[in-house]
Write a protein of this length. Structure first.
Length: 162
């Protein structure tokens, strides 16, 4: 599957709220696994049998698992040339020594890009504007609707999180 087909799949998925993020790896041709990762590791992206595999920490809350998956898909779409054998993300979404790979090619710039990708995927601008008109700045309702944490939604809505 070429890159442009993959971007089309991602755009199409953003038209459904909550975005069906767990169905995306299969549709993009990569693997998805849920596992008990070491404490402090939220997700991994690894090369696997000619493709890639995303692993999400099964102990994390649902909304965090969705965000981690979207973040790893960001690394896959934007940084696959830097992945090497793999990368690990800690709870702050930083490549970490505590993980299996400690990929040093993935730095703060790549992490910011993957976080932006994840926010755009899970909280598409058009849908945010539409639902905000309907619900107002109700962060709790908006977070529930989009399947994200209240913190992630607050940031997306440009409100300070307390
Ligand atoms: Zn990352």
């Amino acid at each position: 599957m070429n890159l442009s087909d993959q971007w089309d799949i991602l755009s199409a998925a953003r038209r459904t709220i909550p975005v069906p993020v767990t169905s995306l790896p299969a549709r993009l041709g990569i693997g998805l696994k849920s596992a008990f990762l070491p404490a402090g590791i939220s997700g991994m992206l690894e090369r696997d049998r000619g493709s890639f595999l995303v692993t999400i920490n099964a102990l994390d809350p649902d909304t965090r698992q969705r965000f981690t998956l979207a973040h790893e898909l960001g690394h896959y779409m934007l940084h696959r040339h830097l992945v090497g054998d793999g990368l690990d993300d800690d709870r702050a979404y930083r490549s970490t020594e505590a993980g299996k790979y400690h990929n040093t090619l993935i730095g703060p710039k790549e992490e910011t890009e993957a976080n932006k990708f994840a926010a755009n995927l899970l909280m598409p601008r058009e849908a945010i504007m539409r639902e905000r008109d309907r619900l107002g700045d109700n962060v709790v309702e908006m977070a529930r609707l989009f399947g994200v944490s209240e913190q992630a939604m607050s940031i997306r809505l440009g409100q300070p999180y307390s």
